[in-house]
Design a binder for this molecule. Structure first.
Ligand SMILES: [Zn+2]
Length: 510
């Protein structure tokens, strides 16, 4: 999907890799990092901690959770769990604990280190899957593990592997590996492996030949591949080839038409003009072309084909990350917020570009186009309901990094959108907890959890009523969480674009 890092400033930061840490925001505001370090050292993961008398989802009411050495050592009824002496204890009577915290399955992060990583745990998001990995994400992960930066656990993709020409031009500050055949595809996978990435990210413009080589080479290298289903590859084939997850609802929508061969022919005609020099132009072009084919596919939607395909995804264990957040923001532009309290947690040099980017992306839409695109969005919600009905494993992911999606906050809105699509509240919660944890192989005893003031099983919006968060054994109680959020807002306000005025803003992304 689109996504894009909205500004050139962000891509300049990434291009520089470590430049982020030397950017004005970080340099001028070391206090935030110090606060984190102080808080981290003041409450080391090794210290014993007890959270008592809370309702623990999946366990029961009036439960106690014991944490020591970065692990949850015991969860049980409060009356049956003795508290060892020397344990720091928090009485959480009336609170609800989400074990493991929340997992964001589709993010892109580029921006100030003092802002982006902390926003996830401060919103209860304890693990993220980075969908276009670069050196900066590995640096952040190292700092988080060392306790010098507040952030989530990070599962990191390699550089995007795409066909030629890629949707992403060479102007994003992030590496795209363009491959044209089997041998170049295999080399790309080995490069991804050498980069230390956790998985291989596949993209929309790969040829079937290159895709098959990636799938095979990934298996040989012990990596999973995940990402977009290429435009010209049948979704069923990607599923059979072991793709771990399919992102967004473009390929799935296109695959559910009764007019399979017509849609296939239309997709084969989608072209990326290599003379388009910016990623923004290329993405906007791809988007327009694919929207037209999607409209055609929606007119010829076939329930029988849909169910057969989704049953296959379920049988193969192929995950789907609908990213309703980004579909919603691009397709329900009438509902875009002009402002939000959440925006204060990002630098204005990031948020100020959003309207510009959206205006360019939606330029040339007639009233009829806009109406059709709104109906396409409604159709995507229906597909999510069908996926759920078929038992396909759904994961909550937002495409944060795209405009109008604020890291950490955005996941809570994705949960609301999944509920709107018809998922029962408990299954929405699973899409952000047990399902991604299983896919990513997160340890069951990891010392992560989210403490809420209200029961999220009765209303999904209750995930936003956050009391406190435990991340990697570090407990951010109510007061500390609020203090750190205020620190992030100050760091965002003080942040300057790393290369202000150096180039025109563009779209980047994923
Ligand atoms: Zn993405």
């Amino acid at each position: 999907m689109p996504t894009r890092r909205e500004t050139l400033a962000a891509s300049a930061a990434l291009a520089g890799g470590a430049l982020l840490s030397a950017a004005p925001a970080a340099a001028a505001d070391p206090r935030v990092a110090q606060d984190h370090a102080t808080a981290a050292s003041g409450r080391q993961p090794g210290g014993a901690l007890a959270l008592t008398h809370a309702t623990v989802l999946g366990a029961g009411p009036d439960h106690t959770v014991l944490i020591r050495d970065g692990r949850i050592t015991r969860t049980g009824p409060s009356a049956e769990v003795p508290i060892p002496s020397g344990t720091t204890t928090y009485d959480l009577t009336g609170k609800y604990i989400v074990p493991g915290g929340l997992v964001e399955a589709h993010v892109h992060n580029d921006g100030p280190e003092s802002v982006l990583p902390p926003l996830f745990p401060l919103n209860g998001v304890t693990t993220v899957r980075e969908m276009w990995g670069g050196p900066v994400h590995h640096e952040w992960r190292d700092k988080v593990r060392a306790g010098t930066l507040l952030g989530p656990r990070w599962v990191i993709a390699g550089p995007i592997i795409d066909g030629r020409p890629s949707i992403w031009a060479n102007d994003t500050g992030q590496r795209v590996i363009e491959v044209t055949d089997g041998p170049s595809a295999r080399r790309a996978v080995r490069e991804v492996k050498a980069s230390g990435a956790d998985f291989v990210k596949v993209y929309s413009r790969l040829t079937p030949e290159a895709y098959e080589a990636i799938a095979d080479e990934s298996r040989r290298q012990g990596l999973r591949h995940a990402g977009h289903c290429p435009d010209t590859l049948p979704v069923a084939r990607a599923s059979d080839a072991g793709q771990q997850s399919i992102e967004h609802l473009h390929a799935l929508l296109l695959a559910t038409s009764a007019q399979e061969s017509e849609i296939k022919r239309a997709l084969a005609k989608v072209r990326i003009d290599p003379t388009l020099g910016t990623s923004f132009e290329r993405y906007a072009s791809w988007f327009r072309q694919v929207h037209a084919v999607e409209w055609q596919a929606m007119q010829t939607y076939d329930v029988g084909r849909t169910r057969a395909l989704f049953d296959r995804l379920a049988a193969n264990g192929t995950r789907v990350v609908p990213t309703l957040t980004v579909h919603h923001s691009l397709e329900r532009t009438d509902q875009l917020p002009t402002d939000s309290p959440e925006f204060t947690y990002l630098p204005t040099w990031m948020t100020d570009y959003w309207p510009t980017i959206w205006a360019a992306l939606t330029a040339g839409r007639t009233a009829q186009d806009a109406a059709r695109i709104r109906r396409l969005y409604e159709h995507r919600l229906r597909l999510v309901a069908e996926l759920h009905r078929a038992g396909v494993r759904l994961l909550a992911g937002t495409d944060t990094g795209t405009g109008y999606a604020v890291p950490g906050f955005a996941l809570h809105h994705e949960l609301e959108l999944l509920a709107e699509a018809g998922l029962p509240t408990r299954d929405v919660l699973r899409a952000a907890t047990t399902e991604p944890a299983r896919m990513l192989g997160l340890p069951a005893d990891r010392a992560d959890l989210l403490v809420l003031d209200a029961d999220p099983r009765t209303d999904i919006s209750h995930t936003q009523r956050i009391d406190s968060v435990l991340v990697a054994g570090r407990y951010l109680d109510r007061a500390e969480r609020l203090r750190l959020l205020a620190d992030v807002a100050r760091a965002a306000a003080a942040s300057k674009p790393p290369a202000a005025g150096a180039a025109a803003p563009h779209l980047c992304a994923h």
